[in-house]
Design a binder for this molecule. Structure first.
Ligand SMILES: C[S@@+](CC[C@H](N)C(=O)[O-])C[C@H]1O[C@@H](n2cnc3c(N)ncnc32)[C@H](O)[C@@H]1O
Length: 288
């Protein structure tokens, strides 16, 4: 089937399912279409999506657009599973504004993870203790942590080499290289402009952890991608995390970070806490 025809047929699909939720497979017309465009070369996907965007009129019901997107996604990349229509977090204008302001334009890849972080921070509001982040980079998650701690006496401690990653080990696979994700410390301060409840610790993890050895923590975000730094972070912060406090591991469920997962699995194997892997790729551990 020609691309133009695919676009025309998708554009013509009516709004009869507008108020339904996607409990079942898309209607048969869309299924037929998906079959017909199966086999589309991945490098044609971009062209198809562009054409589709222009082919769907602005009046096309949002539900139909959603189903069209699901159909294309399923045809082009079946491994990806479209989630339910109508999730409210996708309508959170304030959060979308924060994200657009703080991240590179067009990069929505960590939208769900940042949202999860923001929500989990609510669960430690009632606890005493500071917060820490291992791997602060340009401060997108540090910003959410600082905002969550803003009305409390607690501090947010931010650890980063600002020289990117250290040497990966064999357990880390081949995705990362030494120096990946290098960013200047000034980028972090620029993101956190106007906030004063944080401290930065430039250096290789765990060299500067000792400077906060006397502080109790209620929330620790670990986002360093590799085995050694993940393990050192867990080793240091576990005894200082208060009961009910949360570890959020940003990298646990990603094929690009096998070492980060192994470090956490090894560390918690002999601990009473369980690791819960989230569909976002993060993992959460609540201290007992
Ligand atoms: C994925 S980025 C963190 C992203 C950040 N949490 C955010 O939300 O934007 C990983 C960061 O970890 C830092 N990092 C990785 N390994 C480190 C180590 N061994 N010591 C210090 N910093 C490290 C890198 O410099 C990088 O800035």
């Amino acid at each position: 089937m020609k691309l133009k025809t695919v676009v025309e047929r998708l554009s013509m699909m009516g709004g009869n399912r507008r108020n339904e939720r996607s409990r079942s497979a898309p209607n048969s017309e869309i299924c037929d279409l998906a079959l017909e465009i199966e086999g589309l070369a991945p490098n044609n996907a971009h062209t198809l999506l562009k054409a589709l965007k222009h082919g769907l009129s602005t009046e096309t019901a949002e539900w139909d657009r959603y189903i069209a997107a699901e159909t294309l996604s399923t045809a082009i990349y079946p491994k990806y599973k479209f989630s339910e229509y109508g999730r409210l977090f996708l309508e959170d204008r304030e959060f979308i504004s924060y994200y657009e302001h703080i991240m590179d334009p067009g990069n929505w890849h960590s939208f769900d993870r940042k949202y999860t972080l923001r929500e989990l921070l609510r669960l430690v509001e009632h606890l005493d203790g500071d917060m820490a982040e291992c791997g602060a980079y340009k401060g997108a998650s540090a910003y959410l942590m600082c905002k969550a701690a803003e009305s409390t006496p607690s501090l947010v401690h931010l650890f980063d080499s600002f020289e990117g990653l250290a040497d990966p080990l064999p357990v880390d696979g081949s995705y990362w290289q030494r120096g990946s994700l290098t960013t200047p410390e000034s980028a972090l301060h620029a993101t956190l402009e106007g906030l004063s409840n944080y401290r930065t610790y430039k250096g290789w993890i765990p060299d500067r952890f000792g400077e906060i050895a006397d502080r109790q923590m209620r929330f620790v975000h670990i986002d360093v991608d590799l085995y050694e730094a993940t393990l050192s972070s867990l080793n240091f912060f576990y005894p200082n995390l208060v009961p009910g406090g949360i570890f959020l591991l940003d990298d646990y469920g990603f094929s690009s970070c096998p070492g980060a997962k192994q470090a956490a699995d090894e560390f918690f194997a002999a601990k009473p806490e369980q690791i819960a892997m989230l569909p976002t790729g993060q993992a959460i551990i609540v201290k007992q």
